[in-house]
Design a protein around this ligand. Structure first.
Ligand code: MLT
Ligand code: ZN
Length: 460
């Protein structure tokens, strides 16, 4: 080991797993954006909280930047280490710590995958309801760092709603126990909530206490084909008024084309510009109500076709059409926008943005999908084969500036659920006022006075 700082860390923590092989630096230094060339100093994989504290104190002493790291499934560059940072991977801290049947909480280490959290909750006859396609690889610590949303927000809210307590190593190495599982705690600032969505800039989440809830009633899944974007919001209003929705997701024909090319099976024949996958509570009455609601949508001219899943396998196949989109686009390294608006502001915004994107991306493949029931759209832009990556990013950043200005006028957010990271840092000011950003910087200064935690993410 050549680096004297690393040698000292290894000396302080002889049992710490420390990786410096080029393949490891590459693996742990990048996230799903794959835009930056990984260049971390090393990768530390602690196995206990005390080790994390020692690493943070060591980093303070040597002014080494740390990048807290979970499953690195992030799409905003929040876990990228491209400037000689030490990657602090929570991967080995992935144990279930306990279940409390009275409090209905699960205590876990931050490196546990979302999928493992789901399994652990299910074993207790309960659910942890936050869910999305990266469940098998993302970690609960990363979910907390970005206040992850996903496909069930319409029913259950974001990660924020499900965190009863956090154990965090602050930027100075101090251990904080935040909220300790309490339901009610009116005793000053809620530092737990401040940590959620802070993208690793205030502290390293090492453990979390998660609230669980009862499993939902049996559900049904329906795929709808729609003739226009206007119809999307009408169908949403109709379905929300008549059914108890668990999910309401949309995608375009372009998105469908990519998923089908990736091995999914077509469920509705013909050409339709928009599709919706919706899931709703299904007792016997709901089945009839769902069909009646569907018929009403058809009569209004808002729905062109539809399929109601007749089995669990068919429901999964319908969900695959929506959940498979990210993976089907991954080979193209798409430029991703993840925006949100109040649902009431969506129709006017969508019209404006359709014109804007048509004008600015005339020859690009632009793929729309997302959690329309939450006012959250994912706009993925694919690089034309004859364009360099640099020119492509420059063009996308130019359009993102226009998009950010439009969002600002409509009161929206430049990041709904992926976080700001490196990708959207330049546009933070379109969603947050100068006064807010200055307060955020001040908060950061208090928790991490030497700015060793994820510097460059969220703001410069
Ligand atoms: C999704 O909704 O599928 C995720 O946010 C991932 C993505 O946007 O690609
Ligand atoms: Zn999403």
């Amino acid at each position: 080991m050549i680096d004297a700082r690393l040698a000292e860390l290894a000396d302080r923590l002889p049992n710490l797993r420390l990786l410096t092989a080029p393949a490891d630096l590459e693996h742990y230094g990048r996230d799903w954006t794959r835009r930056w060339t990984p260049a971390p100093l090393a990768v530390a994989l602690p196995s206990e909280v005390a080790e994390v504290q020692t690493i943070v104190r060591w980093a303070n002493a040597h002014s080494v930047s740390l990048v807290p790291s979970g499953g690195r499934t992030g799409l905003s560059g929040g876990a990228v280490a491209a400037r000689g940072e030490l990657v602090l991977s929570l991967e080995r801290m992935n144990r279930l710590l306990g279940f409390d049947a009275v409090d209905r909480t699960l205590s876990v280490q931050a490196g546990m995958t979302l999928h493992a959290v789901h399994d652990a909750a299910r074993e207790q006859g309960l659910i942890y309801p936050v869910d999305f396609a990266a469940r098998g690889s993302c970690s609960i610590g990363g979910n907390i760092a970005t206040n992850a949303g996903g496909i069930r927000v319409i029913r259950y809210g974001n990660t924020r709603e499900w965190i009863a307590g956090l154990t965090v190593v602050a930027g100075n190495g101090e251990l904080l126990q935040l909220n300790r599982g309490l339901i009610k705690n009116s005793s000053g600032y809620d530092l737990r909530q401040l940590m959620i969505g802070s993208e690793g800039t205030l502290g390293v989440v090492v453990e979390a206490t998660l609230r669980l809830t009862d499993p939902p009633p049996p559900s049904q899944v329906m795929l709808l084909a729609l003739p226009s974007m206007d119809a999307l919001m009408d169908v949403f209003a109709l379905f929300r008024a008549q059914l108890h929705l668990q999910a309401f997701e949309f995608f375009t024909d372009t998105a469908l084309r990519h998923v089908l090319e990736h091995g999914a099976r077509r469920a509705i024949d013909g050409e339709h510009p928009y599709y919706v996958v919706t899931e709703f509570d299904a007792d016997e009455a709901a089945q009839e109500l769902a069909l009646a609601t569907f018929e009403q949508g058809v009569e209004h001219g808002w729905i062109s076709d539809g399929v109601l899943a007749q089995s669990e396998a068919q429901a999964m196949a319908l969900w695959r059409l929506r959940e498979g989109i990210t993976e089907s686009l991954a080979p193209y390294k798409p430029y991703k926008n993840d925006i949100s608006l109040r649902i009431s502001a969506l129709p006017a915004f969508l019209h404006e943005i359709q014109d804007l994107l048509g004008r600015e991306y005339p020859h690009f493949d632009v793929v729309w999908f997302g959690h329309i029931g939450d006012g959250n759209l994912h706009i993925n832009v694919l690089r034309p084969a004859d364009m360099s990556e640099g020119d492509f990013i420059a063009q996308c950043e130019h359009v993102t500036r226009l998009l950010a200005d439009t969002l600002q006028r409509h009161g929206g957010s430049i990041s709904a659920e992926h976080g700001i990271g490196l990708v959207k840092r330049a546009y933070l000011g379109s969603t947050r006022s100068d006064a807010e950003i200055s307060l955020m910087r001040g908060v950061r200064q208090v928790f991490d006075p030497k700015r060793i935690l994820n510097p460059g993410k969220l703001f410069d």
